[in-house]
Design a protein around this ligand. Structure first.
Ligand SMILES: NC(=O)c1ccc[n+]([C@@H]2O[C@H](COP(=O)([O-])OP(=O)(O)OC[C@H]3O[C@@H](n4cnc5c(N)ncnc54)[C@H](O)[C@@H]3O)[C@@H](O)[C@H]2O)c1
Length: 237
């Protein structure tokens, strides 16, 4: 990579978890990484820039992207990773809670891509969205999250068609990636055909490939990274 003019990536929700893993991987690969997260205590990897931003808010996204245009003056990759889940029976789920999940998990990608389109087209860049295997399978009481991730899978192929050939747009649907909570049990690890629960590095490696030069013929695709769980047929004993 050209060290005078490194490629620039914008990672939403990059203060921790999968987003922080992607930001660290890209920085290690020589990218300048701008992290946009609503957590005021977060940080960008060395050589990058951290912006406190609620990516579901139109005005904040507009200010974020203006700052990228002014400071970095280019954008080669956009990673739409920010997301969260509310787990509640549908009868108890308020419209405000439903909307907050849809806004962060789905609408933020619309806002970020709309605001960065000109920069991404100029750079012949790439977008990666982070959906979930929950776009296609569910536990009870996760309606808003499942709907937001299903929407994101569909938004990804719509964007790939609209923005091509300048900009490629792909989706990663992770399964269980250990970012919080207790260490999984041995049984939880071996339940996965791959033999273990996932790590942020597993997602970061694919994201780095999808924004890199070797994935030029890949757009509009969804990649399931779940250790094989959604391919496993399960019947009661
Ligand atoms: N961890 C998993 O097992 C898993 C599985 C499938 C999909 N995902 C998806 O991967 C993404 C990252 O998950 P994670 O486990 O790393 O989550 P996490 O909770 O560890 O980190 C999410 C980050 O996003 C930020 N964020 C949340 N809402 C935001 C907003 N409106 N604006 C800006 N920043 C915001 C948070 O502050 C946090 O830093 C999410 O979209 C999640 O739905 C995770």
């Amino acid at each position: 990579m050209n060290e005078q003019h490194p490629r620039v990536a914008l990672v939403s929700g990059g203060a921790k978890g999968i987003g922080a893993g992607i930001a660290a991987r890209l920085a290690g690969d020589g990218w300048r990484v701008v992290v946009a997260d609503r957590d005021p205590a977060g940080a960008a990897p060395a050589g990058g820039r951290y912006v406190v931003c609620d990516v579901g808010d139109e005005v904040s996204v507009s200010a974020l992207v203006r700052s990228v245009a002014a400071v970095e003056q280019r954008l080669d990759a956009l990673i739409c990773n920010a997301g969260f889940m509310i787990r509640k029976p549908i009868g108890d789920l308020s419209l405000a809670e439903w909307s907050s999940v849809l806004t962060t998990n789905l609408t933020s990608t619309f806002l970020l891509v709309r605001a960065t389109e000109a920069l991404l087209r100029a750079a012949k860049g790439a977008v990666v969205t982070i959906a979930s295997t929950r776009a296609r399978m569910s536990e009870p009481d996760t309606e808003s999250y499942a709907a937001s991730k299903g929407g994101l899978v569909a938004l990804t192929h719509a964007l790939a068609i609209s923005l091509g050939p300048d900009v490629r747009v792909n989706c990663i649907s992770p399964g269980w990636i250990l970012t919080k909570g207790p260490e999984p049990t041995a049984e939880e690890h071996t339940f996965h055909p791959a033999g273990r629960v996932g790590r942020p590095d597993d997602i970061a490696a694919l994201a780095a490939f999808l924004v890199g030069p070797e994935s030029g013929f890949i757009t509009g695709a969804e990649f399931v990274v779940d250790g094989g769980v959604t391919r496993k047929m399960i019947y009661p004993e």
